[in-house]
Design a binder for this molecule. Structure first.
Ligand code: NI
Length: 177
């Protein structure tokens, strides 16, 4: 497995809508594994394919260690995820994003969602997500539609966070050169 380079905001690919996966084959499975490796390497709980420069509708998540470091890993990979139901009840979580390093903001979203997707074996699955998983899956599906968590907050907060991300991006690029 390979740790892939992360796309840092601002970047046009983070604003693009991703395209459906035709079939979950070995190539897609290997990519899902690389995405999980990349997510764990950065201590994230979710990652969408466009965050590693790929415009397929693929995301990975693992929220198991979010509350308990010693919990076993519970990797989830989804192709073509679609929200089929959202609760009226809302929840606020402080969200961050591997593409917007070290920046956080409260985001309000439906507290529960039902999601249909293709799993690692290409089998259709349905999940009723609650708690942090519900927030995480909505955040990642947003990525597949070119939407960032900063698109859910005030323009003022968004501009402050994007300026900071831009600075971090430049600093990292300078480090790499
Ligand atoms: Ni994100």
């Amino acid at each position: 497995m390979t740790v892939l380079p992360l796309v840092i905001a601002p970047d046009p690919i983070l604003k693009k809508k991703s395209k459906a996966v035709d079939v979950v084959d070995d190539v897609v499975r290997a990519f899902m594994d690389d995405m999980l490796e990349t997510m764990y390497d950065s201590e994230g709980i979710g990652l969408a394919a466009n965050q590693v420069g790929d415009l397929r509708r693929i995301l990975v998540m693992d929220v198991a260690q979010r509350e308990d470091d010693s919990a076993a890993k519970e990797p989830i990979a989804m192709a073509n995820p679609a929200i089929t139901w959202s609760s009226e009840e809302l929840n606020v979580y402080q969200e961050g994003c591997l593409s917007i390093p070290d920046q956080y903001a409260d985001v309000e979203r439906p507290a529960e969602v039902k999601v249909t997707y293709l799993d690692r074996d290409g089998k259709e699955q349905h999940v009723h997500a609650t708690g942090i998983l519900a927030t995480c899956v909505q955040h990642e599906i947003d990525h597949l539609n070119g939407v960032l968590f900063t698109d859910h907050i005030s323009a003022l907060k968004r501009s402050i966070i994007m300026k900071k991300s831009s600075k971090i991006k430049k600093a990292r690029a300078a480090d790499d050169s």
